[in-house]
Design a protein around this ligand. Sequence first.
Ligand SMILES: CC(C)(COP(=O)(O)OP(=O)(O)OC[C@H]1O[C@@H](n2cnc3c(N)ncnc32)[C@H](O)[C@@H]1OP(=O)(O)O)[C@@H](O)C(=O)NCCC(=O)NCCS
Length: 158
Amino acid sequence: MLEIDYDAFDENILSNWSLVPYLRYGHAFGLFACNSLKGFAIFMKEWDNPRFAYLLEIAVEKESQEKGYGCYLLLQSLIHLKKNGLSIVFLTVDPNNLRARHIYCDKFGFKCAEYRKNEYGQGRDRLFLQLNLENWIPVLDEHSSLEPKPLGEGLREE
Ligand SMILES: CC(C)(COP(=O)(O)OP(=O)(O)OC[C@H]1O[C@@H](n2cnc3c(N)ncnc32)[C@H](O)[C@@H]1OP(=O)(O)O)[C@@H](O)C(=O)NCCC(=O)NCCS
């Protein structure tokens, strides 16, 4: 996971120290193809409202990007969270990350709730997005590549 994290972001967002509690006490989904991990998504619940989940990170290794895996992973994760009674999912995204914004907002219906200036230090602003899972119906439209390319892939929950 740390390798994928570094590969996807060109820096480590996770560390040996943060990953262990995230996996033990958060909720992680791994996307596997040909028995190897291609991507993952990690969520945690909000302390004050355990029906709210925060998407800590979603990443797909560079070589496997742009094949529909990221959308598939997010779709399956959100379906699972909804089935398990979560009501709101929120996350932050770099305003310049147009691919992620397209996925969150255009494809999944996340709404921008706030612009957080310098959220991760000077010049590292973030958009705070949220999705109400109670009203959310997963839709596969004809222009969408939510289905991943066939590689014998699967999604496993950690
Ligand atoms: C974001 C990420 C998880 C998406 O996974 P992926 O497998 O590459 O995504 P998919 O192939 O499922 O979907 C990509 C979508 O973005 C679109 N896209 C690609 N580049 C784009 C751009 N520059 N601007 C807008 N849309 C873009 C694609 O056309 C596709 O949408 P479509 O299905 O409507 O055509 C992955 O790219 C990644 O790990 N990126 C680096 C880490 C990161 O940014 N994580 C999110 C942080 S909040």
